[in-house]
Structure formats: structure tokens, C-alpha cells
Write a protein that binds this ligand. Structure first.
Ligand code: AMP
Length: 214
């Protein structure tokens, strides 16, 4: 099964893709992580992508499509994958259709005020990559990872001025992708109206997928 998880920044694409990947035994591919890794290794792709990521803009299609074409050609993708953060433009969706078939698209719908609150309070562990929300931190120690004791940091593009641009890019460039897949009847909507416990939303996602698998 090949799955795409769509949704605005802060909708929980990473969390839900990771849970889907565990449950259905699929490879989890996160475009944002691949791009951040290219930037930190200062590769050619990283050098080209950096200014777009820092300002909250989408990296140009030709760069991302080539990068994903290579990733999806790897052997570990042949038994199915969950795509988290790709495609984000109609051009990318068309290119993906040429590379492989997509079975289902999960659309995570979350109100804008919830997205902004989540993104501004998101913190990530520098050592193990665990993602936290300042409000739901379990530990007593501020700024420290509950899992491994690593230092927590805020992604540069989670700062308020960049978040606004990312949400704008989503409306302009990624919403049409939803229309693209709706025409193909591939979309399963998981819509929340207010903040809900994460396990409840995970279950809604699994229910939507189980309908497709059966
Ligand atoms: P994310 O971690 O998914 O929020 O992505 C972080 C940033 O990486 C985005 O704001 C974009 O600058 C870039 N990015 C991630 N995925 C894509 C994509 N499919 N197309 C273009 N840019 C992307």
C-alpha cells in the first residue's frame, strides 16, 4: 500500500505517518527531514534549498521531484510507503503519478488557530529527534527530552514570522493537491475542529485506512 499524508504545517503529518508506518509495516519517508539533512550536510541540494526553507517557502519543484524520484527508486520502497510532506504542489503530484501508484491520501484538517498554537510550542530533541509540544511535555525539567535527556530546540521555521508564510504557501500551493486527488477519489478526510488527544486522532486515521484496506 502506498499512502500520502496531506495537511498544513502543524497538522500532525509526522506523528500520524509514523504511526501508520508502524501499524501497516510501511516505510516512512519525510521530505522535510531529507531536505534538512541535505542542508546540514551542505550538499548541493542543501545549498540550493536552504534559503527557501528558512523563509517558509516551498523548495522549487525540480529539486524536490528529483530528490524524491531517487528516494522512491530505492529497494526499501517496493513493499509500500507513507509519504509525509510530498507532494506539496500539483506538479509534484503529477510527477509522483509517473513514478508510482498512490492508493490512498489521508487529509488531516485542523483549524488555523490550533496549527499556530502547535507550531509555536513545538520543540524537538537534538539527540533522538522526539517531537514535543511545550504544553504536553511530560517531564519536570524544561528544555530536556523525556526519552533521552537531550536538549530540546525550536525549528528555525517554527518561529511566528515564518509560520505565517508556510501557512500561506500551503493555501496557495498545497490545497490544490487535495483537489487533484479528490478528482481521483483517493482522499480520506480526518477533520478535527478543536485540539483533541492525539490517540483519538490516531484512531480516526486508522479507521479511515482500515476502510480502504478491507
Ligand atoms: P516540513 O518539515 O514538512 O514542515 O517541511 C519544512 C520545509 O521543507 C518546508 O517549509 C519547505 O521549505 C520544505 N519542503 C518540505 N517538503 C517539501 C516539498 N514537497 N516541496 C517543496 N518544499 C518542501
Amino acid at each position: 500500500m502506498n499512502i500520502v499524508v496531506l495537511g498544513p504545517p502543524g497538522a500532525g503529518k509526522g506523528t500520524h505517518s509514523s504511526r501508520i508506518s508502524d501499524r501497516y509495516d510501511l516505510i516512512h519517508i519525510t521530505t522535510g527531514d531529507i531536505i534538512r539533512d541535505e542542508i546540514s550536510r551542505e550538499t548541493e541540494i542543501g545549498r540550493k534549498a536552504k534559503k527557501y526553507v528558512q523563509s517558509g517557502k516551498l523548495v522549487p519543484d525540480e529539486i524536490v521531484i528529483e530528490m524524491m524520484r531517487k528516494r522512491l527508486a530505492r529497494k526499501d520502497c517496493k513493499d509500500g510507503f507513507v509519504l509525509d510532506g510530498f507532494p506539496r504542489t500539483v506538479n509534484q503530484a503529477e510527477a509522483l503519478d509517473e513514478i508510482t501508484d498512490i492508493d490512498v491520501v489521508i487529509n488531516l484538517g485542523v483549524p488555523k488557530d490550533v496549527l499556530i498554537k502547535r507550531l509555536s510550542s513545538r520543540r524537538i530533541c537534538r539527540d533522538c529527534g522526539e517531537v514535543y509540544n511545550l504544553v504536553s511535555m511530560r517531564s519536570e525539567k524544561p528544555g530536556v527530552c523525556d526519552e533521552c535527556g537531550g536538549e530540546l530546540y525550536q525549528r528555525e521555521d517554527d518561529r511566528p514570522e515564518v509560520v505565517e508564510k508556510r501557512l500561506e504557501e500551503y493555501d496557495k500551493q498545497t490545497k490544490p493537491v487535495l483537489g487533484y486527488y479528490r478528482k481521483k477519489s483517493k482522499v480520506k478526510d480526518v477533520i478535527i475542529k478543536k485540539e483533541e488527544p492525539v490517540e483519538k486522532i490516531v484512531q480516526m486515521v486508522f479507521d479511515a485506512l482500515d476502510e480502504t484496506v478491507d
